[in-house]
Design a protein around this ligand. Structure first.
Ligand SMILES: CC(C)(COP(=O)(O)OP(=O)(O)OC[C@H]1O[C@@H](n2cnc3c(N)ncnc32)[C@H](O)[C@@H]1OP(=O)(O)O)[C@@H](O)C(=O)NCCC(=O)NCCS
Length: 435
């Protein structure tokens, strides 16, 4: 962060003295006005619910330009990473700032692979849940539960300890997600296999059974790996900010990541692909492709309250670059599995076609977002709809931990403590209390 040749002056109409505020610039993106001394200088706070104009930190990890439809991890465009790297390369990049060379790559893959098993005691913890519990409820508990196993060895002020916690989390998340799934369907847990890739191992832990060999389908393996890459980080979104705020108290990193999982669960964040699949199933039940036109009329009618789930984005006002990549993967997976004629997928294609040509969507720059296609791909792979957000949590864990570690190693890091505009009752006395 560097001072730029600019200053902001804040003046007040009531005659209070004006204040000059420094302006800082990053490497790309909007400059920021530094208001840290504002309260000391004026006795006033700023008001910005939802952080619409507030940068809560400086970060060198991920950059998004929503108007251009650009997403960069450590400067590299997501399109290049998704086509030339695998998920663990991207994890290394997000954590360390650079892509691994050949030796670093081998070492990192080995390190993650060697930490995929979870303490055997975790399965007894899992047994305390109802079988029909939502996987995100289970995951929030399991990830938080890791802190009970690794508390003593986790000093967040020690960079080596932070690195160990990062590796453990990245390695164990697929095992935990698959365990949550197996528990729900009443099948035995599958232990991880070290000769498989990160995504291949996850597929086997999900869909393999102990009574027969499981052969990883390379098209599905690559598709899952791509879902992981595309969801690995997205700068200061709600769950990432939650992890930073939670971790800012110096808490155990597993507990901070559990807070991120809890935040991601909400339908306004990680739950959107689940909502999209539910919408498709709803249209299908009510007549399918023949009713698409009618459904689209409802979507365009402002009074209906119906939205086309999986379309539009708060930040991307251009094609979400991840959606393009996911669309490619979606076509590959449907072809591989011979699902081109599946009624739900035909319906999705029809919706996509109409929406991309329809004036309502074109004028408002509403494009399919990553959730539209990732929901379809995950369903085709056989992942149950209520586990979609769990897959997202698995993929985003590296982003959360990279952002948490970045915060802790920042010399300017302080516990997060927002201010408020108080609108409640001023001081008053409990009835009967004598002054
Ligand atoms: C993501 C989302 C919340 C972004 O909202 P936003 O940035 O506030 O965008 P706005 O609500 O300002 O949308 C602009 C216009 O497009 C319309 N619009 C936005 N998304 C729409 C959708 N999915 N279906 C129909 N109309 C939509 C809005 O009604 C608004 O119309 P208007 O200008 O006539 O009032 C919104 O697009 C949405 O709800 N999408 C569906 C849910 C989804 O897929 N979420 C996943 C996001 S990753």
């Amino acid at each position: 962060m560097k001072l730029v040749d600019n200053k902001a002056t804040l003046t007040f109409s009531n005659g209070s003295p004006s204040v000059e505020l420094p302006v800082y610039g990053g490497s790309i993106g909007p400059d920021v006005i530094d208001i840290r001394k504002l309260y000391a200088q004026t006795g006033m706070f700023t008001y910005d619910p939802g952080f619409l104009s507030t940068a809560s930190c400086q970060s060198a990890i991920t950059y998004i330009d929503g108007d251009k439809g650009e997403l960069l991890y450590r400067g590299y465009p997501i399109e290049q990473l998704a086509t030339h790297c695998d998920y663990l390369d991207v994890c290394f990049l997000l954590l360390n700032g650079e892509l691994p060379d050949e030796k670093q790559r081998t070492d990192f893959h080995k390190l993650v692979t060697n930490h995929t098993m979870v303490n055997e005691q975790m399965q007894f913890f899992l047994r305390g849940f109802r079988r029909d519990a939502h996987p995100m409820a289970v995951l929030t508990g399991l990830v938080g539960g890791l802190s009970a196993f690794y508390h003593d060895s986790t000093d967040i002020n020690n960079p080596q300890h932070r690195e160990i916690a990062a590796i453990r989390l990245i390695a164990k998340m697929p095992t935990l997600v698959a365990m949550a799934y197996k528990y729900g369907v009443g099948q035995p847990y599958m232990y991880p296999r070290n000769e498989l890739s990160y995504a291949g191992n996850f597929l086997r832990m999900m869909f393999g059974v102990p009574c027969e060999d499981y052969k990883v389908n390379p098209v599905l393996e690559r598709a899952l790996d791509r879902i992981f890459i595309l969801h690995a980080d997205h700068e200061q979104n709600a769950s990432t900010s939650t992890v930073r705020l939670c971790g800012s108290s110096g808490t155990n990193p597993f507990a901070a990541i559990a807070a991120g999982v809890a935040c991601l669960w909400g339908p306004a964040h990680g739950g959107a692909n689940e909502a999209c699949l539910n919408m498709l199933e709803d249209i299908q039940r009510n007549g399918g492709v023949a009713k698409v036109g009618e459904f689209m009329e409802k979507v365009k009618d402002k009074n209906s309250g119906v939205k086309l789930m999986g379309f539009g984005h708060r930040v991307y006002k251009n094609y979400d670059p991840r959606a393009k990549l996911m669309q490619e993967t979606c076509n590959e997976v449907l072809e591989e599995l011979g699902l081109g004629n599946d009624p739900l997928f035909k319906l999705a294609k029809q919706l996509e076609k109409i929406a991309l040509e329809d004036d309502y969507f074109v004028q408002r720059k509403l494009y399919p977002n990553v959730d539209f296609y990732s929901g379809i791909v995950q369903r085709a792979i056989g992942i149950p709809v209520n586990l979609f957000t769990g897959i997202f949590a698995l993929a985003r864990t590296v982003g959360w931990i990279a952002q948490l570690n970045e915060m802790i190693s920042d010399p300017e890091y302080k516990i997060g403590r927002p201010r408020q505009l108080f609108t409640g009752s001023p001081r008053r006395d409990v009835p009967g209390v004598k002054k």
